[in-house]
Ligand binder design. Structure first.
Ligand SMILES: C[S@@+](CC[C@H](N)C(=O)[O-])C[C@H]1O[C@@H](n2cnc3c(N)ncnc32)[C@H](O)[C@@H]1O
Length: 255
């Protein structure tokens, strides 16, 4: 049976073949009119995007490294002051290899790759991985971005399994985790991305176990992004914290 949460729609006949391939790969049916599923994956001339179908739904989300908020030029301006850079241990010419174990829409991974790190992106939700793959493909065609994108390697699968299967020689220096966290204030106006995301991936309840798997393999450190005032993940005390206004990074030194 195909996925009952999502169907796929394509904008023009020339995209049909790619839509069919994606439908087969992701086990999706073609969207009716109305879609008939709470979420719809849309393939058009701008690539792949994902939208909620409810009447009050926000617009679609898409991975856009070229013109989006994370566009290359923007990223470059902010990089030096990026707390994420400090959190993963970038200093001087040191550029640790990073496994981004909760890749999502790839923003943090992109920042790290922009800074010069080799980044393996792990994403277990195949639809999110498909959005990310599409964004990476488009960005790789942009001359300004090609080098950065070449440092990003996407793997679809569960980080816990993937990390546990690594042999000694493949252990990364750093594992980065940014799991979803439960909302305390349900009435808060949630950003559109979060609404779409939450409908698809829910809360990452198993994040403490993913942290344990990360701690077992990271050669230097594990970094966890948390809401500024949240408890440390799994109540595991970090070695130190890098505070921010709304979020902070908990750093676990393993080396
Ligand atoms: C909050 S989002 C990450 C956002 C990301 N840092 C960014 O900058 O776009 C969390 C993502 O991690 C994924 N995820 C959570 N646990 C995972 C695991 N054990 N293995 C792979 N992906 C996981 C979820 O499916 C979700 O897409």
């Amino acid at each position: 049976m195909s996925d009952t949460r999502i169907s796929i729609r394509y904008a023009s006949e020339d995209l049909r073949e790619r839509a069919d391939a994606l439908a087969a790969e992701l086990n999706l049916s073609l969207a009716g009119e109305p879609a008939g599923t709470p979420l719809v994956l849309i393939l058009d001339g701008h690539g792949l995007s994902l939208a909620l179908t409810a009447s009050d739904a926000p617009g679609p989300i898409q991975v856009d490294f070229v013109t989006g908020r994370l566009g290359y030029r923007q990223a470059r301006i902010n990089l030096r002051s990026e707390p994420l850079a400090r959190a993963v241990g970038i200093k001087g010419s040191e550029r640790p290899s990073v496994v981004d174990a909760t890749a999502g829409l790839g923003r943090d991974g992109f920042v790290l790759a922009s800074l010069g790190c080799q980044v393996t992106l792990l994403e277990r939700e195949p639809v999110i991985a498909a959005l990310l793959a599409d964004g990476l493909e488009r960005a790789a065609r942009d001359a300004d971005l090609a080098q950065t994108i070449a440092r990003m390697h996407l793997v679809t699968g569960n980080a816990r399994d993937w990390l546990s299967a690594l042999d000694e020689a493949s252990r990364p220096e750093v594992v980065y985790l940014d799991p979803m966290y439960p909302h305390r204030d349900k009435s808060a106006l949630v950003k559109k991305e979060m609404r779409v995301f939450r409908a698809l991936v829910g809360d990452d309840q198993d994040a403490p176990e993913t942290l344990e798997a990360a701690l077992a393999v990271a050669k230097r450190r594990v970094v966890v992004k948390r809401p500024a005032r949240a408890e440390p993940l799994g109540a595991r005390k970090p070695s130190h914290q890098i505070p921010g206004k709304t979020t902070r990074f908990d750093v676990y030194l393993t080396g």
